[in-house]
Design a protein around this ligand. Structure first.
Ligand code: NAD
Length: 429
């Protein structure tokens, strides 16, 4: 038997801005506007637990390859930690730390009884056959068993994972403990306890926030508003579909292989059909090809980055033509780019608000799983909209009250809630 290390590391990794530095810079910026005890500030700056595992997966050719995975619990102050699992060649411990910290603020901002966590495996998901993907997922899940449970840490999908991976994690956990535990993960298929409306929840939430932001600017005619979306995975596809259904003009979309542009608006159902057949938007006939960097600076009213972190930087922020950025992805804008967009009067609806629809419906799924009582999709959509608009209102009020940008306001609201709970609970022992 041959054993080797997995060297599938993406070449561009070093070029990506460090997401953890961005998360810490945002935190430091927010707490400067707050009157928090120094001990509380220091405590919340640190991840609570960090777990690294190297584990084997047998490839279809019999070769055994070693993979590296992480799970970070940033905070458990407000409740069990919650956060997705990512399969990507860009995964690093720092990236997972950043994503876990953002989960803490996101759950707090929308007032869910959760702390923040994130997991990741350094792997190109497209390089795995279905059998290899199942083997990798089940082995990683079994390595996580000491860390996860419905009452301590509840994983969910993120980049490169979806309902099928959640089903394997649920089954691996259930087989280990000896009985079915649907509430161990969210984002499961509905036939094993998943929630109606979960698969589209993040994209739908992005659009709910976009509509709210547009309404407050008095832009209320969807047909006159053009939208560009980077990333055509779970978040990007469902954001595009919902915005298209509401009548917005989606003029550009992209995935990792490239982008497409049509100034008159793309027919999103046919783009989705094309992607279903070709696994990429590239080559779609009724549009011009654009690169991913061109896509970000296309003329449009709203830009929705929905791929990954570190996409809007000091290099392209001066050239962005959108009047508003609604962050579907986590951490797509660096701190330097934030400043540039703010100075240019471009509103940024921050990730922890704009993409909180996913974790919100994950919360509904967890509640339904614990109660074994399931809601219909109308109830899910109604509650989702109620929670997001309440969080949007609270953030907008904080923005005006402290005269800060919306990200700082959202972080301040979220950090204050965690800080207050920490003071109430006290520092153990
Ligand atoms: P996904 O894997 O389903 O899709 C990612 C998409 O981005 C794919 O189309 C991929 O081709 C594209 N992409 C990847 N790298 C790219 C690059 N360098 N340039 C352009 N496109 C690129 O992932 P997802 O679940 O849609 O997640 C996208 C983002 O949204 C991530 O930042 C994730 O953390 C965040 N997010 C996801 C959820 C969720 O519920 N899935 C919830 C909140 C936030």
């Amino acid at each position: 038997m041959v054993v080797s290390l997995n060297h599938n590391v993406n070449q561009t990794l070093e070029e990506l801005p460090n997401a953890y530095q961005t998360a810490l810079a945002q935190y430091d910026r927010a707490v400067r506007h707050m009157e928090l005890d120094d001990n509380v500030v220091e405590y919340m700056r640190w991840p609570r637990r960090e777990f690294t595992v190297n584990f084997p997966v047998r490839r279809d050719n019999g070769h055994v390859e070693m993979f590296t995975g992480y799970r970070v619990h940033h905070s458990t102050v407000l409740g069990p930690s919650k956060g997705g699992i990512r399969y990507s060649t860009n995964v690093t411990l720092d990236e997972v730390r950043a994503l876990a910290m953002w989960m803490t603020w996101k759950c707090s901002l929308v007032n869910l009884p959760y702390g923040g966590a994130k997991g990741g495996v350094l792997v190109d998901p497209k390089s795995l056959s279905m059998r290899e993907r199942e083997g990798l997922t089940r082995r990683y899940a079994s390595e996580l068993i000491p860390l996860i449970s419905p009452y301590s840490d509840i994983p969910a999908p993120d980049m490169g994972t979806g309902p099928q991976e959640m089903a394997w994690i649920m089954d691996t956990y259930s087989m280990t403990v000896g009985y079915s535990v649907p509430a161990i993960v969210t984002g499961k298929p509905t036939n094993i306890g998943g929630s109606q409306g979960r698969v589209e929840a993040t994209g739908r939430g992005v659009v709910i926030c976009m509509v709210e932001a547009l309404k407050r600017k008095g832009w209320t005619t969807p047909g006159n508003i053009s939208v560009v979306i980077q990333g055509f995975g779970n978040v990007g596809t469902y954001a595009a579909a919902y915005a298209h259904d509401l009548g917005y003009k989606i003029v550009g979309v992209s995935d990792i292989d490239g982008g497409i542009y049509n100034a008159n608006g793309l027919n999103i159902p046919t783009v989705r059909k094309w992607v279903g057949e070709h696994r990429t938007v590239v080559g779609y006939p009724d549009a011009e090809p654009v690169t991913n960097s061109e896509l970000l600076t296309l003329p449009c009213d709203v830009l929705i980055p929905a791929a990954m972190e570190g996409q809007i930087t000091e290099n392209n922020a001066p050239h962005i033509k959108a009047k508003m950025v609604v962050e579907g992805a986590n951490g797509p804008t660096t701190t330097e780019a934030d400043d540039i967009l703010h100075e240019r009067g471009i509103l940024v609806v921050p990730d922890i608000l704009a993409n909180a629809g996913g974790v919100t419906v994950s919360y509904f799924e967890w509640v339904q799983g614990l109660q074994e009582f399931f809601w219909d999709v109308e109830e899910v959509y109604r509650q989702l909209e109620r929670i997001l608009i309440r969080a949007y209102d609270g953030t907008a009020t904080m923005t005006e009250k402290h005269n800060v940008d919306m990200r700082t306001a959202a972080q301040m609201t979220a950090i204050q809630r965690v800080g207050d709970a920490l003071v109430t609970r006290g520092f153990y022992p």
